[in-house]
Write a protein that binds this ligand. Structure first.
Ligand code: GDG
Length: 479
């Protein structure tokens, strides 16, 4: 059957397809798996399950034909150049992203961006409905597609709809700033089950439903009154923290090539006694500036000295057309330049700064090479990097500095926990992570490693799908 006529029992909708289009020197087109938290997690979940994935290819203009990869149908959705600016860069990343991350930078509101958000969400919903078999499970992801549940429900009352929020759900006072707050809540509430990273996110959502939507929210169920003659709708809300493909990461970490690569990396930066590592998308939520400031002050105070202690920062390029991201890059690169000018010697930079994306093997080499992983977001839904580091440390060595403003903090309590706004505190925490006796670090890492190995991404997906089934079944029985 031609791909566009097939239907599926599981349909994923996420802003991006899990692949990037690559054109080689001969003009040959191929698809490469893209980096990013959602994709990394969902790829692991989808492998081995037949299904379809609806998403944007990453290029503006006409969408490529649907194609199959590893048994999964990928269905590209078209975004025009104008929609990339208004829907993606505008409403998603310049309105919602700041509001949902504590307004670390101010949010921008434009009514035209909102119109584009509606139009693109409709397009996603149409594609989902075309691909969903009767009674299928539809799993909608993240803040770019909050209206899709209601748009799908209107066309296809037969399907079960789950929605998962990868980023924080903001406190009601911040969410209240959105001129379209009620429409967004109504859009989401057509799902049978809405999953969040932390209990606090689920609580914030329930409060927004009560205080801003005027809906009844009792326990973890929100009731939406039906139209005339229609029954009320009940949406179930819960916390289902996402995780990583722990066993695969541990297996990769155990390969002799990974161990050899880690040794090479350390060699290439002058064999420091302590290698500190940061790996983030270059995003203002990740606290890269704060950790560099702490590191710079530790150098200035003579508490550490390169090449004995060296910092490696991977800052993966992200959202580069947005002003907030461009100016963040300038500030970070200026800081790195200043630190290196002041504290490096020939062949031994104080900060090794890498503005590239790397493949998974190289990431594993970096995780294995690092004595201290520094994860200091000001706000982060989960932070998979923290969990990836812990999963990779199969010999139970290493130390994790972890911001209390990440979702991961709620599970990895044995980390060296820090408030990144408190630079003195961050400096002390980094020093403790360097100086604590290996035996104590080992005990902490053992507890965290066990936790991450037991709660992997497959378990997360099963928990989500089970909660969705339970919610949909309860609705059916009640109706
Ligand atoms: C969002 C939420 C939530 C990064 N650089 C490279 C690369 N990565 C991979 C990491 C990790 C993922 O991307 C990043 O995930 P994070 O969770 O750290 O952050 P976001 O991208 O902001 O993700 C976040 C997540 O969704 C999942 O729900 O945890 O809170 O903001 O897997 O390893 N991967 C490769 N090369 C790179 O250069 N291969």
């Amino acid at each position: 059957m031609p791909p566009h006529q097939r239907t599926f029992d599981l349909v994923i909708a996420a802003n991006r397809l899990p692949v990037d289009r690559v054109v080689d020197a001969d003009g040959e087109v191929s698809w490469r798996r893209s980096p990013g938290g959602l994709v990394t997690a969902m790829h692991a979940v989808m492998s081995g399950r037949p299904g379809a994935w609806v998403g944007w290819s990453g290029d503006a203009g006409a969408a490529p034909e649907p194609f199959e990869i590893e048994g999964m149908l990928l269905h590209p959705v078209e975004l025009s150049e104008e929609e990339v600016e208004s829907f993606y860069e505008g409403f998603s990343n310049d309105t919602l992203w700041p509001i949902y991350h504590d307004v670390i930078v101010p949010a921008t509101f434009h009514r035209l961006w909102w119109n584009a958000y509606i139009a693109v969400n409709e397009r996603f919903a149409e594609a989902v409905c075309r691909l969903a078999a009767r009674g299928a499970t539809v799993w909608v992801h993240d803040y770019q597609l909050q209206l899709v549940p209601a748009m799908v429900r209107r066309r296809r009352p037969d399907v079960r709809i789950g929605w998962f929020d990868h980023i924080p759900f903001p406190p009601v006072e911040l969410f209240a700033q959105l001129p379209w707050r009620r429409e967004i809540l109504v859009g989401m509430l057509a799902a049978d089950f809405l999953g969040f990273q932390r209990t606090a996110d689920a609580r914030n959502f329930l409060q927004a439903c009560r205080r801003l939507g005027g809906f009844q929210a009792r326990g973890d169920i929100v009731t939406v009154p039906g139209g005339p003659g229609e029954p009320a709708w009940h949406a179930q809300v819960g916390a289902v923290p996402i995780s990583v493909d722990s066993h695969r990461l541990a297996e990769l970490a155990g390969r002799p090539e990974s161990v050899a690569r880690a040794a090479e990396i350390r060699e290439s930066i002058g064999n420091p006694r302590v290698m500190l590592l940061g790996v983030d998308r270059l995003d203002y939520t990740k606290g890269i500036r704060h950790r560099l400031k702490a590191y710079e002050e530790l150098l200035a105070e003579g508490r550490i000295e390169p090449p004995d202690v060296t910092f490696v920062q991977v800052a993966t390029p992200s959202r580069e057309r947005l002003e907030a991201y461009r100016s963040l890059r300038d500030v970070i690169e200026m800081t790195v330049g200043r630190i290196n000018g002041e504290y490096s010697s020939l062949g031994a930079p104080a900060v090794n700064y890498l503005h590239h994306a790397y493949d998974r093997d190289e990431m594993t080499g970096l995780f294995l090479a690092a004595d201290v992983m520094v994860v200091t977001p000001l706000r982060d839904g989960m932070n998979l990097v923290a969990k990836e580091y812990v999963a990779s440390r199969t010999d139970l060595s290493g130390a994790l500095v972890l911001s209390e403003f990440t979702g991961a903090y709620h599970e990895l309590r044995r980390a060296f926990v820090t408030n990144p706004h408190d630079i003195e505190g961050l400096k002390d925490t980094m020093m403790r992570a360097i100086e604590t006796a290996p035996s104590a670090k080992r005990r902490a890492m053992r507890a965290m490693h066990r936790q991450v190995m037991a709660s992997d991404v497959q378990r997360w997906a099963n928990r989500f799908l089970t909660a969705l089934d339970a919610a949909a079944n309860a609705r059916r029985e009640a109706g």
